[in-house]
Write a protein that binds this ligand. Sequence first.
Ligand SMILES: NC(=O)C1=CN([C@@H]2O[C@H](COP(=O)(O)OP(=O)(O)OC[C@H]3O[C@@H](n4cnc5c(N)ncnc54)[C@H](OP(=O)(O)O)[C@@H]3O)[C@@H](O)[C@H]2O)C=CC1
Ligand SMILES: CC(=O)N[C@@H](CCC(=O)OP(=O)(O)O)C(=O)O
Length: 342
Amino acid sequence: MEKARIAILGASGYTGAELVRLIATHPGMRISALTAERRAGEEMSSVFPHLRHLDLPRLVKIDEVDPGDVELYFCALPHATTQEVISALPRNKMIVDLSADFRLDDPAAYKEWYGHDHLALDLQEEAVYGLTEFYRDRIKGARLVAGTGCNAITGQLAVTPLLKAGVIDPDEIIINLATGVSGAGRAPKEGTLHAEVSEGFHAYNIARHRHIAEFEQEFSKAAGRPVSPTFVPHLLPQNRGILATVYVKGAAQEIHAAHAAAFRDEPFVTVLPFGEAPATRHVRGSNHAHIGVVADRRPGRAIVFAALDNLVKGASGQAIQNANLMLGLPETMGLEAAPLFP
Ligand SMILES: NC(=O)C1=CN([C@@H]2O[C@H](COP(=O)(O)OP(=O)(O)OC[C@H]3O[C@@H](n4cnc5c(N)ncnc54)[C@H](OP(=O)(O)O)[C@@H]3O)[C@@H](O)[C@H]2O)C=CC1
Ligand SMILES: CC(=O)N[C@@H](CCC(=O)OP(=O)(O)O)C(=O)O
């Protein structure tokens, strides 16, 4: 089989490195170009010594990549920069974007949450939302796929099937979530330094995190009427992993049955036995997500959990799962590795 030629834009970042790690053993993909901005000109082995054993192209600037040598681009760049970069790529290339730039259908919502106008409305309209489990059929025929936010996918796996099945009250959804620090990217910034994160725990962007826009968009579609959850993310002093704890109003057994039905045939989503809660350490380094449902002591209320690795199912693994569909490859190809434990 001829392997698909892949360019990774933003390979010197965390999700870019994770794409390289996973694609290095992917039977249907071959890396033909890797880009960086500050680190352009360097070898990947100097930026990421854990990838030293691989034979990889040198990091170059985006305009040095020959589109003739690329079938599919993974774009792992900051939002806003992304829409400028993707606008300049040839329109006949497949693109899986990991940024926030093409997730929202409504340009007004983009402006409200990201603080500036969208500069590529035609591409925004073309993009398919990349939550594979819910949009698989559209992703198969797409040219441009917008990967979800890592917090956003975690909350959606927990809640969306329940809204579709009509088993919870759409006005009573509280998503309490804890995320590992790698979610903030590799560029050093105050607030993600070890000394400011370790041995502590705090909430951030309380009830104003931009992933609320993704929740509102996708939950409203699932429920067939406007839905807006309360969402509070917390910064977890660990490298990887997200755990969402979601408080809902509904019958716990019915909720568990709705999850079991929605994810029965999913290769990467496992619904735990009723009453069990997942843990980030059981999905670390893998493309797997675990869902749990526990009954509250108060009748008619339940607690729903979802756990995944933000860099894999929350970003680069999800991106490869979508690229597999776009390229006509088996959906699980290159993603079968079990989680790292302990
Ligand atoms: N981290 C996560 O868990 C998740 C991240 N995402 C999204 O994925 C994207 C990448 O995230 P992540 O890997 O964490 O980010 P990082 O900050 O770790 O990496 C960003 C990458 O973009 C490059 N870059 C920065 N500015 C420019 C520019 N002006 N022109 C070209 N390249 C540039 C950087 O190159 P250099 O360092 O050489 O300057 C680096 O390779 C972001 O949009 C993020 O929001 C989505 C889901 C989860
Ligand atoms: C720990 C941390 O800061 N995590 C990031 C989420 C990363 C992500 O999914 O980002 P995008 O939506 O920008 O692609 C945050 O909560 O903003």
